[in-house]
Design a protein around this ligand. Sequence first.
Ligand SMILES: [Zn+2]
Length: 151
Amino acid sequence: MRAAELAERIPGAKLFGEKWKGCCPAHQDLRPSLTFKDGDKCILMKCFAGCALDEICQALGLRPSDLFFDALDSDPQRRRAAAQQRERKVREVAAERQTRGRRIDALREADYFVRAREGLDISQWTHQKLDDELNVLADAYALLSSEAHAA
Ligand SMILES: [Zn+2]
């Protein structure tokens, strides 16, 4: 699934740049506190009121694994091609940031995090493992977006 598809399920979802904001389905959300966007491997989603990813997925009738782009793609060649494309994009972003002389520690960390998981077969993961991984990704994303604001 992609962020644009997820947006169809989120009340009041609006696109700001490449990031979506909308009302969190897991709590009584009067001002949009859910933010999500396409990451490198999956949709990165965070409720700033503190709802767990699992709760949000449950409220949407989704499994955390549905947030991965390749969740339904069983062709290993296509998965590898998609992984390489994401790898390139991560490098482009890293290079661009470096050129601008900005602090890239957080990005490097996110980059490493993504690379370390290249080629993993998530179909063998437990529900808990997926949930943990996605929570780490969501935190990395929150860190990156807070750094973008500070810069
Ligand atoms: Zn929430």
